[in-house]
Design a protein around this ligand. Sequence first.
Ligand SMILES: Nc1ncnc2c1ncn2[C@@H]1O[C@H](COP(=O)(O)OP(=O)(O)OP(=O)(O)O)[C@@H](O)[C@H]1O
Length: 295
Amino acid sequence: MSLSSATPAVIEANGVTHRHGRGRRATHALRECSFRVPEGSVCALVGPNGAGKTTLLRIVAGLVRPTSGSVGVLGAAPGTHRDRVGYLDQSQPLHENLSVADTLTMGARLNSGHWDARYAADIVAAGGLDPQRGVRGLSGGQRTRLSLALALGKRPELLLLDEPMAGLDPLARRELMGVLLADAAERGTSVLLSSHVVAELAEACDHLLLIGGGRVRLGGSIDALLAAHRVVTSMDGDLSPHTVIESRPSGRGLTTLIRPRGPVRAAVRPEEPRLEEVILAHLRTPSAPALLLPD
Ligand SMILES: Nc1ncnc2c1ncn2[C@@H]1O[C@H](COP(=O)(O)OP(=O)(O)OP(=O)(O)O)[C@@H](O)[C@H]1O
């Protein structure tokens, strides 16, 4: 399915399928994925372990070729505009023998012409990192900060982040997310960010891409996705005209997440769900029908 919209897309995927390996041992990581990430959006990429998030980010970064389907990144094939795309993966590879200052100098050399030395140095300094410190002795959080300084110092138009904050304490996560979002807000940087910390995404992101079993399950602006769902807490009412995503016992009886098709007749007025409720209900209900909304 090709999605059209007025906002230009920084990423546009059409029917992307990817198999790791060949023959009987092949693993289908992605199946017929179509979605778009609009320019200037901060898009959360969510899904259970093994859903295909890393594979998808690596395809968009131009590190892996999809088995079939097409992906456009900044209007060209993935990997074409490497200087305009920042990619930070889970392992945050840094040169162990370099100091913090040497690492930033390396960033400047690799990105000559579009390296913002002051900005990268400021990100490092905000964490109290001594520039002369060796990378080998840095903590997980300090490594993340340095990796983020490298990714943001090149002033990318599109930032791809694969669980960049994994392993950080809540304060460090919040602080580094703040750095990221300030950059996105000030410069209009588009971000595709995979994360398992669902509770944080509502304040950080404006778009959502939820994948499961290699397929796109939910996609679109978070406002529109929330508006497409309702939480019904009363038991008396006929929900059969609507798409029921999940019913769960709760303190108030039964809580049901639905996609309304027309007016909802229930004793208690249905409420708009929180993002976390929508994501968790879809993660718990892999059979729920997919919903891909245009911007
Ligand atoms: N190099 C590889 N060779 C074979 N199979 C792979 C390879 N990389 C990933 N896979 C498989 O592809 C599927 C998707 O993996 P992927 O790492 O993209 O998921 P993920 O959503 O990032 O998972 P997680 O949340 O655990 O990081 C999984 O079934 C995984 O086992």
